[in-house]
Write a protein of this length. Structure first.
Length: 325
């Protein structure tokens, strides 16, 4: 009934892996794309639905004009169709790169809770976390995500999945670019800083200033090993520091000492410059002023790298080497 069998699906998957005249013909054929969605809908046919999902990953990586059935994608997640989780994450990621507002309007708080549950329980490789980071590109998405901050912050220290940790840091950075979120993020400041903290000993007087969750972490405390994640977290702290209330917490609760230790440990010059920007905010005498109005958004939102399945490979070309890090 779908109009596409597995053999034809595999052929179609191959021609959508790279830009070509054939790909352009597929992108321009509503009938073919409709048939692919029909195959995807047949969740119980594992082979056919997986092939269809991978075709949709390729098509959405090449064009932002593909109409995406968000309800059907979420339905695959709600239905427990595990074989489709990674592809659904990639389709939504590709779509939300340029259409985050449209995707956000179609998602309910319950949908966001479901995605967070699947990421938290490691039921997919981490591409759904990329969807969440892209949702933070728009106002509607930021509102949805700010209601789930405690669950989101727990993902920052998820062992064994670099994709999740990096995309969680990217999400936080995007949230921090909107000054309206600074107070909400401030409530979770120790969790944001925790990945940047190492095993260095600091003076007892300075230790006593720190929040309980950042005191006496022990000689075996390791910093986040991923450079990009560390940069994104420093950027988050810098953007948050645009609010006077946040800077005062940095000063009063001893964050200067922790960030100074991190700066001395960090070897990458760009990463050092980013954390030094935060340190400068702490030590400068700037008065009781916010550095940015609440309705003022700076340039530079982070979006996730384009994802694509090539041929019939089960692995992802981008980031495949870091899934198990």
């Amino acid at each position: 009934s779908s109009g596409i069998n597995a053999e034809y699906g595999e052929l179609l998957l191959g021609v959508t892996g790279d830009a070509s005249p054939t790909l352009e013909a597929v992108l321009g054929s509503k009938a073919t794309i409709g048939a692919v969605w029909s195959c995807f809908r047949e969740f119980t046919n594992t082979k056919l639905s997986v092939i269809a999902a991978q075709i949709l990953v390729n098509l959405t990586s090449h064009s932002d004009k593909i109409t995406v059935n968000t309800a059907l994608l979420i339905g695959a997640l709600r239905g427990g169709h595990v074989h489709l989780y990674n592809s659904v994450g990639m389709i939504l990621t590709n779509t939300s790169r340029s259409n985050s507002a449209n995707i956000s309007r179609l998602l309910t708080p319950g949908d966001v809770e479901l995605v967070l549950k699947l990421v938290s329980t490691k039921q997919e490789q981490g591409y759904l976390a990329a969807v969440l980071s892209n949702l933070a590109l728009c106002e509607e998405g930021r509102v949805l995500l700010c209601g789930q901050l405690e669950t989101i912050l727990a993902l920052l220290t998820m062992p064994g999945n670099l994709i999740v940790r990096r995309n969680t840091a990217r999400l936080l950075r995007n949230l921090s670019l909107d000054a309206k979120n600074h107070t909400k993020l401030l409530d979770h400041l120790p969790m944001i800083v925790y990945p940047l903290v190492g095993p260095e000993e600091i003076e007892e007087e300075e230790m006593d200033k720190l929040p309980i969750d950042l005191q006496y972490l022990g000689d075996d405390k390791m910093r986040e090993g991923d450079l990009q994640t560390r940069k994104l977290l420093s950027d988050t702290l810098f953007q948050m520091g645009g609010s006077y209330k946040v800077r005062q917490v940095y000063r009063d609760e001893g964050y200067y000492q922790l960030l100074k230790c991190y700066d001395q440990w960090e070897e990458d010059l760009d990463a050092r410059e980013r954390v030094q920007n935060v340190i400068y905010l702490i030590i400068q005498d700037d008065g009781e002023v916010d550095l940015r109005r609440e309705d003022e958004l700076p340039e530079g939102y982070e979006t996730h790298t384009e994802l694509e399945v090539v041929d019939n490979a089960a692995e992802i070309v981008e980031n495949k080497e870091v899934v198990g890090s």
